[in-house]
Design a protein around this ligand. Structure first.
Ligand code: NDP
Length: 499
């Protein structure tokens, strides 16, 4: 049986429409058997001498071995970053810095197919998402911040902006390259140097990015990439010579980092979890709203911190919305992430799958009603059927906790006040969605929602010029836009600020 036949064999049960398989060619990606750490402009063997396997979560097949960087490797990376900061990068004319960022952006565009395939291989997300969302947005972030590099004096008038120094950046597995771009682009534009740690399960696009830096002839040591698990991240956080930490990931680890840094004077930004409300009023365009609900929670298998995981539907339209949603779910195609028709790819890791399974079991035990469309799961790999819970009480774990999987909890409301109260009834405050035909209602509801990002009649839209970040347990600090530069800058008037 060929590879292609095997994939076809594992395709979901067709629901009336038959798509022919449309796999993206995998051979555009060339992988090394084993990777070192990227320090001082070179991939070198880790001093720790340790490596671990990284997998394709859709097949559980190993893709490569990557380094488990230890304390000594992190120390070398920080030294390389400090050296590059003091001996060239921070003194380089801003227009010259911008040239490197423009080059990186252009190279990402030129190699976007290669990156998209690798992102889907290592992370499990559908190729149409890595191709149409992750890659264009990653390049856009570099273009956007390249434009600011020589305009900082105008962006922050009379404040004398200057770089912070060495930035330690720790990123998650849900948008590996995009989170790298969100962090590296503003840091470099502001004149800092970087030590970056990608997530344990998705290190490969960051390692391919090291090759982009070589192609762009970025001076050695300006960006250093150390792979490894949480221990490597912890070494970066506690290193004395790191001036700023930028972290995206779980609220639990974010809190631990905040405790570790308390009193050190290091700057910190935290982009943590969420449990966003997607609010549908009875005057909303229902078919569009249903598309927004699907995009809100099933995009990237729900591995999205700002996912619209709590659907709040006005009671009078509850039945048609749920009926339309169930019909729509039947059309979603789950399977091979490299197939261009796939809507739902693989869950990123076994641990994440188990976490989703545990929370879904708790929803059923607590009394919620579960709906899953007919769907045949592939035999190997990590998969979860798109799921909707109705009959959900506010107190259920599926309404309170971040599931980070393709699982939607539906609640209802009668009045706008009740919608706002329920939407804000969460420890998080990252994002929200509002669906209504009335512009005045959008404005009044948006003002009362405690969320960093609020979409109106759309969901999961991102733009480099638009700041992103949360309140409460979703963290603090903003990424994107001018706000995203501030945490990477010192100002004459910024003494004592924590960002
Ligand atoms: P983590 O918070 O553990 O991981 C995020 C990043 O931090 C990874 O690079 C991780 O390394 C690293 N890390 C882990 N422990 C430490 C530490 N003590 N000090 C410094 N860095 C550390 O998230 P998980 O991957 O474990 O996912 C758990 C849950 O977190 C998910 O189910 C989801 O709810 C939430 N999450 C939220 C994200 C968001 O975008 N806000 C993104 C990812 C997860 P390593 O990968 O090796 O563990």
């Amino acid at each position: 049986m060929t590879d292609l036949e095997r994939r076809q064999d594992r395709a979901p049960v067709p629901s009336g429409w038959d798509y022919a398989p449309a796999p993206e060619a995998r051979d555009i990606v060339t992988l090394q058997e084993r990777y070192g750490v990227f320090i001082g402009g070179e991939l070198v063997d880790p001093r720790s001498g340790e490596h671990f396997e990284t997998l394709d979560p859709s097949t559980e097949e190993p893709l490569a071995e990557v380094a488990q960087a230890g304390a000594e490797d992190v120390d070398l990376a920080v030294r390389a970053a400090r050296d590059a900061f003091e001996n060239g990068w921070s003194d380089l004319s801003p227009a010259e810095r911008a040239k490197y960022l423009f080059r990186i952006a252009r190279i990402l565009q030129e190699r976007s197919r290669e990156f998209a395939v690798l992102e889907s291989l290592n992370g499990g997300k559908p190729i149409k998402e890595s191709r149409d969302v992750d890659l264009p947005l990653s390049a856009a972030h570099f273009f956007y911040y390249a434009g600011w590099a020589d305009k900082l004096e105008y962006a922050f008038p009379n404040r004398k902006p200057r770089p912070v120094g060495v930035a330690g950046q720790i990123i998650p597995w849900n948008f590996p390259l995009l989170m790298l771009a969100w962090k590296v682009a503003p840091a470099l534009a502001a004149g800092n140097t970087v030590v970056l740690k990608p997530a344990e399960t998705t290190p490969l696009t960051a390692l391919l990015f090291a090759d982009v830096l070589r192609q762009a002839e970025l001076p050695a040591g300006v960006v250093n990439i150390v792979t490894g698990d949480g221990r490597t991240g912890a070494e970066i956080v506690k290193h004395d010579d790191v001036d700023k930490i930028a972290f995206t990931g779980s609220t639990e680890v974010g809190k631990a980092i905040q405790r570790e840094l308390a009193g050190t004077g290091k700057k910190l930004t935290l982009e943590l979890g969420g449990k966003a409300a997607n609010i549908i009023f009875d005057d909303a365009a229902l078919d569009q709203a249903v598309e927004g609900i699907v995009n809100g929670i099933y995009f990237n298998q729900g591995h999205v911190c700002c996912a619209g995981s709590r659907l709040l539907v006005q009671e009078s339209i509850y039945e048609p919305v749920i009926e339309k949603l169930k019909q729509r779910l039947k059309t979603l195609r789950l399977g091979d992430p490299l197939d261009k028709n796939t809507d739902i790819g693989a869950i990123n890791s076994k641990q994440q799958l188990e976490k989703i399974q545990e929370l879904v079991a708790s929803g059923e035990e607590e009394g919620a009603e579960i709906y899953q469309p007919p769907c045949r799961l592939p035999e190997r790999g990590y998969w979860f059927v798109p799921t909707v819970f109705t009959n959900v009480a506010q107190s259920y774990r599926v309404a309170q906790e971040e599931i980070f999987g393709p699982v939607l909890s539906v609640l209802t409301f009668r009045t706008p006040d009740e919608a706002v109260e329920k939407a804000n009834n969460t420890p998080y405050g990252l994002s929200a969605g509002v669906w209504t035909e009335k512009g005045s209602r959008i404005l009044s509801i948006a003002q009362r929602l405690k969320a960093g990002v609020i979409w109106a009649n759309t969901y999961n839209r991102f733009d480099p010029s638009s700041p992103f970040g949360g309140y409460k347990e979703s963290g603090f600090g903003r990424e994107g836009g001018l706000h995203g530069l501030e945490p990477y800058l010192e100002f004459d008037d910024s003494k004592g600020r924590s960002q």
